[in-house]
Design a protein around this ligand. Structure first.
Ligand code: FHN
Length: 453
């Protein structure tokens, strides 16, 4: 655990140095997009991010008191006035950041992405620029600060979700889902989108500079007032705040301009990694739309397929579904970010926490083939996939898969095959094709370590 956190910290100094050395190296990789030529993500922190593999997404705020979807239920299932009054009651007395960290460690999760501010505009930190924030609730305690402190004490990397959309702010355009709230002053210029963008950048400055967020998950880039120029500028602003920071591709409008392949065009649109939602009702059930990618990407999955924030009637993924989805994701080279919506009291639903623990139990047994790996060379959709790290390939055969598997080696030299329990596996190689047989594929996923010569 420590080395991932350390890698992030050490790399920040390295990246500052490399940044100080002048123009970044010319290796082509995602970053500032076509409007920021020659600006790419920082390799050290991206390597550390991809090594971490598994993170916890958290959608939380006073809206959890309504039990409906954060932001989206405002002015819809829940009248705006009622939704906007929740902050006056929000008092999660059972919130304990260390308990969240304990669950993350049981789940094998290395970084946290908290909705510090969702589309409803409520700030889970004491923002100098907003009255609509945690300081003005009965709870008063600075939730973001407590999570930052607990993450640091537990070698977990703190990242934040931040919505470009703010339906509460009177300068945000377009007004939607109930429009402006009552806590902000207005004047003859209201609404003023340029003034809103300054406000947004000041709040992002707080989260990055004051709270040290190392991974930024922007969202809400689909509104017409946001465009490629604004997104490209925002990317550069964030990168100047912290040269080593990692920014998702929703900083720009690449999601709205997917080519036929469904793959984000990183040569044009800014962002360091491709954020791919799935397994939630309104998004593709699988990532088959996208497939494997040499560029960094993250599967963003919510354990409750019905909504992202606390839901009184959730429809949960099973732990088996989560584990299989995790394996498919890492086999395709992605990180796995799974989301929970805490209850109004600040605790997680026990059933959902137990699913995370079961995932963690599986990950602990297969850790060598998970952490620090990248997409492997062997994949057959739904039958098997693979990861690779150093001189080893980790083949994952899904339940009820074939007992005999043939793999084209492309001249790889094989030293030996071993199962998770250490048992060696026989194999035969004819004409550059390796044949291996598994006694049974009853378990959910069977991992075979292929040690290369
Ligand atoms: O509108 C949000 C939604 O509420 C949720 O935060 C998801 C998480 O990936 N992102 C947006 C929908 O794409």
């Amino acid at each position: 655990m420590k080395r991932y956190y350390l890698a992030f910290i050490l790399s920040i100094s390295a990246s500052l140095v490399s940044h100080a050395k002048g123009p970044l190296d010319e290796v082509k990789r995602p970053g500032g997009g076509d409007l920021n030529p020659g600006v790419y993500y920082n390799q050290e922190t991206m390597d550390a991010f991809q090594d971490m593999k598994i993170g916890l997404s958290v959608h939380w705020g006073p809206s959890s008191l309504g039990g409906r979807e954060i932001s989206w239920s405002r002015g819809e299932q829940i009248p705006k006035a009622e939704y906007d009054s929740y902050y006056k009651q929000f008092n999660p007395t059972k919130f304990d950041a260390q308990n969240w960290m304990d669950l993350m460690k049981e789940g094998g999760m290395k970084y946290i992405m908290l909705t510090s501010k969702h589309h409803d505009g409520f700030a889970l930190w004491d923002s100098a620029y907003s009255e609509y924030d945690i300081a003005n609730t009965p709870f008063k305690r600075n939730i973001v600060q407590e999570i930052v402190d607990a993450a640091k004490a537990n070698d977990i990397v703190f990242g934040t979700y931040f919505s470009i959309i703010d339906w509460y702010h009177p300068d945000y355009q377009p007004y939607d889902h109930g429009g402006p709230g009552e806590l902000y002053e207005t004047d003859e210029r209201t609404p003023d989108f340029e003034r809103y963008r300054m406000f947004m950048k000041k709040q992002l400055h707080e989260l990055i500079v004051d709270y040290g967020a190392k991974i930024i998950q922007l969202d809400g880039e689909w509104d017409p007032t946001f465009n490629h120029d604004i997104g490209s500028h925002l990317y550069m602003y964030l990168r100047f705040l912290d040269p080593s920071i990692i920014i998702n591709n929703r900083v720009d409008v690449g999601r709205e301009h997917l080519p036929e392949s469904g793959m984000w065009d990183w040569t044009r649109y800014a962002g360091d990694f491709d954020e791919r939602e799935r397994m939630v009702d309104w998004v593709q059930k699988e990532s088959k739309v996208f497939g494997r990618s040499v560029n960094p990407w993250q599967a963003w999955v919510t354990i409750d397929q019905a909504q992202w924030s606390y839901n009184e009637t959730p429809r949960l993924l099973s732990s088996d579904e989560v584990i299989v989805d995790l394996v498919k994701t890492i086999g395709d080279g992605g990180n796995y970010l799974i989301n929970l919506g805490p209850k109004p009291d600040g605790t997680f639903d026990k059933t959902q926490a137990d699913i995370i623990r079961k995932m963690g139990d599986w990950v602990e047994i297969h850790a060598e083939g998970v952490y620090g790996t990248r997409a492997g060379p062997f994949v057959e959709e739904g039958v098997y996939t693979s990861t690779q790290k150093g001189d080893a390939i980790y083949l994952y055969v899904f339940k009820d898969g074939p007992n005999t598997i043939k793999l084209k080696l492309n001249d790889k030299q094989i030293e030996r095959l071993t199962l998770v329990n250490g048992d060696e596996l026989e194999f035969d190689i004819q004409n550059d094709v390796m044949t291996l047989s598994l006694d049974d594929t009853d378990s959910l996923v069977t991992m075979v370590k292929i040690k290369l010569d």
